[in-house]
Write a protein that binds this ligand. Structure first.
Ligand code: FAD
Length: 388
């Protein structure tokens, strides 16, 4: 048994702590704020396998299979529901692009199909069908509650012996050559250190700072925080817009009915580079822009009250694919998840835990695709299909 330190108590860090503990490893998990306080509790709940490249489709196909069994495995309600994702085309060229994506997704067992607007209207009763020509529909995509999911993983991780520390910030490392031997952390104003055998950087938007502490260049894995926002309406009658509905050509705007209270969550790719890593202030231009799109997608939303607006980060690499793998002998990274870290977590956490504990994994994760050293080599992947 070795002792693994995980830095970052978002969904990736917490789920990996659970997976490592399941494999019998000793784990100490550090979160500088409260668990979920980074991007995880700010996300739009969406889970999809409708990507446009083989690596992300295969990873998410596997992740969805894990999501399907997660409630049973963790023994808690996480409100995972397969209510689908519906992408909407506004031009013939876009329909052709949808067809190509569908062919690729079907090749790897993802059952997406092209549907007409009559069927789309049956699936989303408040949809304005007029601007759209066709939809790409995968009923197996879905959503889950990020709060319940993180706490379910955390509860089981602690039960398996994970030492999970909130309000405890990692501030540095001790090294012998390239090997990290101890993690230095600050809690209640006091700095202490703990001996470890391996370290996982799961700090997402903050990951470059952790890499720097490990003696690497800050931009070795270039991750930039972009402010992404959401707006939520008052609860609507269930079944109005259960799937995530997105016309990608409208600034990737989307709506999705919250699985818990039925409010409509509205997002869009109206993004700003975050001014700092605590720049969470919602903006009026987003509110105006997103509501314009949301009410064009679903006109009855004009009459719904807005109850909340909030902001978080898409931690983006230049190709919008995360960096997952080994950086040094005993230093690993899983960070830079753009808008996809919540949905990918069950698969990535398992893969990462198996890599750290056994040196290999049975998860269909294409390590070369997500190689954290690819940026330095100038080997960008095709851009991961990001929405919102
Ligand atoms: P985070 O949740 O950001 O956790 C990283 C943690 O590291 C933070 O809690 C931070 O405090 C901690 N940390 C940093 N430095 C230190 C340190 N020195 N010591 C200790 N702890 C430290 N994804 C989806 O899959 N589906 C969606 O529908 C979706 N919608 C989104 C909508 C919005 C508006 C936003 C902002 C994001 C959305 N995402 C979505 C993206 C998703 O939220 C993230 O990809 C995911 O939460 C990343 O999880 P994480 O664990 O990597 O990072």
């Amino acid at each position: 048994m070795s002792k693994v330190a995980i830095i970052g108590g978002g969904i990736i860090g917490v789920a990996t702590a659970y997976e490592l503990a399941k494999l019998g490893e000793e784990v100490i998990l550090f979160e500088k704020n409260y668990f979920g306080s980074g991007s995880t509790f700010r996300c739009a709940t969406g889970i999809r396998a409708q990507f446009t490249d083989e690596a992300n489709i295969r990873l998410m196909k596997y992740a969805v299979e894990r999501w399907e069994k997660l409630e049973e495995e963790l023994g808690f309600d996480i409100n995972f529901r397969q209510t689908g994702y519906l992408f909407l085309a506004t031009s013939e060229e876009e329909i052709e692009a949808f067809k190509n994506n569908i062919r690729l997704q079907n090749k790897f067992g993802v059952p997406t199909r092209l549907i007409d607007m009559d069927e789309a209207k049956e699936i989303v009763p408040i949809l304005n069908t007029e601007p759209f020509l066709a939809g790409a529909w995968n009923p197996k995509d879905g959503k889950a509650n990020p709060f319940k999911t993180l706490f379910a993983y955390l509860f089981r991780a602690k039960e398996l012996g994970v030492d999970a520390r909130e309000h405890t910030e990692v501030v540095g490392f001790e090294h012998e050559g390239d090997v990290i031997t101890a993690v230095k952390f600050r809690s209640n104003g006091k700095v202490e250190s703990v001996k470890v055998d391996a370290v996982l950087n799961a700090a997402n938007a903050w990951a470059p700072l952790i890499n720097e502490m490990a003696g690497l260049k800050r931009d070795l894995v270039p991750i930039t925080a972009y402010k992404h926002q959401l707006v939520k309406t008052e609860p609507l009658e269930r079944g109005q817009a259960e799937p995530l509905v997105c016309p990608p050509s409208w600034d990737d705007a989307y709506i999705i009915q919250d699985g818990e209270d039925g409010g409509i969550i509205c997002g869009a790719g109206i993004e700003h580079r975050a001014k700092s890593l605590d720049d969470y202030e919602p903006t009026y231009d987003f509110l105006r822009g997103v509501l314009r799109y949301a009410t064009m997608i679903a006109p009855p939303l004009r009459y719904a009250h807005i109850v909340r607006q909030w902001a978080g980060f898409y931690a983006k690499t230049p190709d919008k694919n995360p960096a997952i793998g080994k950086l040094l002998d005993n230093f690993y990274i899983a960070a830079g998840f753009s808008g996809h870290g919540f949905m990918m977590a069950p698969a990535v956490a398992q893969a990462m835990a198996e890599l750290i504990a056994k040196g290999r994994s049975k998860v269909p994760l294409d390590w070369e695709w997500y190689d954290p050293y690819r940026f330095g080599r100038g080997e960008l992947r095709s851009s991961a299909f990001q929405i919102g």
